[in-house]
Write a protein that binds this ligand. Structure first.
Ligand SMILES: Cc1ncc(C[n+]2csc(CCOP(=O)(O)OP(=O)(O)O)c2C)c(N)n1
Length: 375
């Protein structure tokens, strides 16, 4: 395995000193090492992976240096457009080193949302004409691969990818842990909202722990999962799924359980949601200021005023709470209001260590949900 320190120092030796991207659980140790050792002007977590390509391109234009964009392979979709129309050799020909965590690698067990992406990870790079190497787990070989990648980028000015398999990096424990002083846990907040919604209401929950915690809550209460659409992949799109349902089923109350990282990822969706004025939509954002599901790397969630943004784009009502009593009161209030409503619930980072994963398949989830919506 490769020590994160060796990996980053090797990049530094090749003159690479700028890192941007969206964190990934496979790259957790690398992201933690970068967070501890690279200053905040040279390590920027972007809203989505496409934004990271833009930022990296800007850094290259200003410095002539090669920047790094780190991401989970789920983010490949978000970078296709800037790769094809910005960095590509037939457009501006800008070198960027991509570091891509390979979830769903064929032959390795992974969750359903990673299977397809895992299969197409390398073919997508090939289609885009991007040279790549799967990084060796042997340090010396990896150093040679990095040198070859840098030589290639210097010679051609083209994008190059290092694809990272599970278990490539040694564990690195984050030193500068940024904790918020909030006390309400996300799981308790989810349970508080889920236990008070109407019997005919539905929930669209976002990617990561939020859907897992909601699923476990239903199991704990011996309830079925038919009222919940678990957006296990497609990060950042839960609010638009909720909007689609809310507009087509105006008699149903639709709750979107979002994360701050996910809401930020495609924040423009909030403006579109508000422009349609769905009276029956309540957008709940569990804001822990972190990408908690992939290692707790920071987002700007708690340093921006999300309710103010929602207000500015046209949500009818906004609330922000950070304790259970206020949350309970807010939930009973919003049930009588005409939406769209934004309810921000500020929560602490972290999750239960024994948290399970959905045991139903996405197709089963979809079919049960559609059946429930029909009645
Ligand atoms: C396009 C895309 N990029 C990255 C990921 C990896 N990923 C899964 S969950 C997650 C963090 C979600 O953070 P947030 O919405 O704030 O919820 P939290 O985990 O903090 O509850 C990330 C980055 C992904 N699934 N899809």
């Amino acid at each position: 395995m490769i020590q994160p320190k060796i990996f980053i120092e090797t990049l530094n030796r090749h003159g690479i000193d700028f890192f941007t991207g969206v964190p990934d659980s496979l790259l957790k140790d690398i992201c933690a090492y970068i967070q501890d050792h690279i200053d905040s002007r040279h390590n920027i977590i972007t809203a989505n992976e496409g934004g990271a390509i833009g930022l990296a391109a800007g850094y290259h234009l200003a410095t002539g240096k090669i920047p790094v964009v780190y991401m989970q392979n789920s983010g490949e979709g978000n970078i296709i457009n800037p790769l094809a129309s910005l960095t590509d050799k037939e457009v501006y020909n800008i070198p960027v080193l991509l570091i891509i965590g390979w979830r769903g690698r064929p032959g390795i067990h992974d969750e359903p949302q990673h299977i397809k992406q895992g299969k197409v990870t390398l073919p997508l790079l090939e289609t885009m004409g991007i040279r790549y190497q799967v990084l060796s787990k042997d340090e010396a070989t990896a150093e040679t691969q990095i040198a070859a990648a840098v030589d290639e980028m210097r010679a051609t000015n083209e994008v190059y990818a290092l694809v990272i398999e599970k278990g490539t990096f040694e564990t690195y424990q984050l030193q500068n842990v940024i904790s918020n002083d909030l006390t309400l846990s996300r799981e308790e907040a989810i349970q508080t909202v889920a236990s008070s919604i109407g019997a005919a209401d539905v929930i669209v929950s976002t990617t990561g722990m939020i859907s897992r915690e909601l699923f476990e809550y239903r199991t704990l209460c011996q309830q079925s999962h038919e009222r919940d659409f678990l957006t296990v992949g497609s990060m950042g799109h839960a609010s638009q799924i909720a909007l689609g349902i809310a507009l087509a089923k105006p008699e149903r109350r639709v709750w979107c359980f979002d994360g701050d990282g996910a809401a930020l990822m495609h924040m423009g969706g909030m403006a579109i949601l508000a422009s349609k004025q769905p009276e029956n939509l309540i957008h709940v954002v569990f804001n822990n200021g972190a990408h908690d599901s992939v290692g707790g790397q920071p987002t700007v969630g708690l340093s921006i005023d999300l309710p103010k943004i929602a207000d500015a784009v046209g949500y009818q009502h906004t609330f922000s709470v950070s304790d259970k009593d206020s949350l309970q009161r807010a939930v009973s209030t919003v049930k009588d209001l005409s939406g769209p409503v934004l309810l921000q619930v500020c929560v602490k980072k972290g999750n239960r260590k024994d948290l399970g994963r959905p045991t139903t398949t996405p197709i089963e989830n979809k079919e049960a949900f559609m059946h429930f919506l029909k009645d």
